[in-house]
Design a protein around this ligand. Sequence first.
Ligand SMILES: O=c1[nH]c(=O)c2[nH]c(=O)[nH]c2[nH]1
Length: 300
Amino acid sequence: MSTVLGMNQYGKAETRVVRIYRDTPMHEIRDLNVSTSLRGDFDRAHTIGDQSMIMPTDSQKNTAFAYAKTHGADSIEDYAIALGKRLVTATPAARQVRVRVQEYAWDRIGDHSFVRRGGGVRTCVVTITRGDARDEWDTQVLTGVEDLVVLNSTGSEFKGFLKDEYTTLPETDDRILATSLAATWRHTGTGVDWNRSYEAAVTTLLRTFAGTYSRALQETLYVMGVALLESQDALAEVRFSAPNKHHFLVDFSDFRVNGLTNDGEVFNAADRPCGLIEAQVIRDDAPTARDAWPAEPGFR
Ligand SMILES: O=c1[nH]c(=O)c2[nH]c(=O)[nH]c2[nH]1
């Protein structure tokens, strides 16, 4: 039996590129998922382990970041064409490149604040307990929003934190703050215009996220909780679960490209792990929650 190498291609899949345009106080965002694949004569890499014709996938990823700085402005098509031509040009053995780009759309909620388009799933959990008398019910209503993805491209710091032998995180005065917010709030009664209350709650959460300088996501959640409870008298408490979706500034300093700087413009949107910040904000005179929260282990 003899065997030969068949079709093959290689590249970097799903480089999560976030490009911030910050030339004016009104920032713009492009949020991309970029995959590149090179095709050509890469037989020797497969058959005899010769890497001399291989442009590393790591370099392809770096090029995707660098081109977001220099070519990311207009359309994903122009960006993909420029990136693809560069990769083929830099890789003599490549005959063809395929560049796939997905762009996530964001809507503006402030000068440097955005919410992912279409985001936010409305939820409710109702718990009804039979009372002593006929037609007597104890009704507890939780309303919430999940997957509300929000991002501030500046106005966020994280510094002054506890450090030990394992701490490597640099302090920062200016970072992206992004989270996929889950918030659940408890109503004190049922005489509520639910739709109007929900819309107002989400508006308050978004407006507060956008309008609050953040020293940590913990502080931002607390301020959002206070604002929500102050905006509607009939809310007893709110609970937040907020993954800190880390955006790492891409280090261009090792690239051998003249004049390429990264002044808070190109970020790697990390997939995982994320910080997970969770907090409850409650009125001090809130009626007891009884069984409102679906907290039995293993139950929903
Ligand atoms: O807002 C933050 N809170 C933290 O507790 C934390 N920890 C961390 O590494 N980064 C951040 N950011």
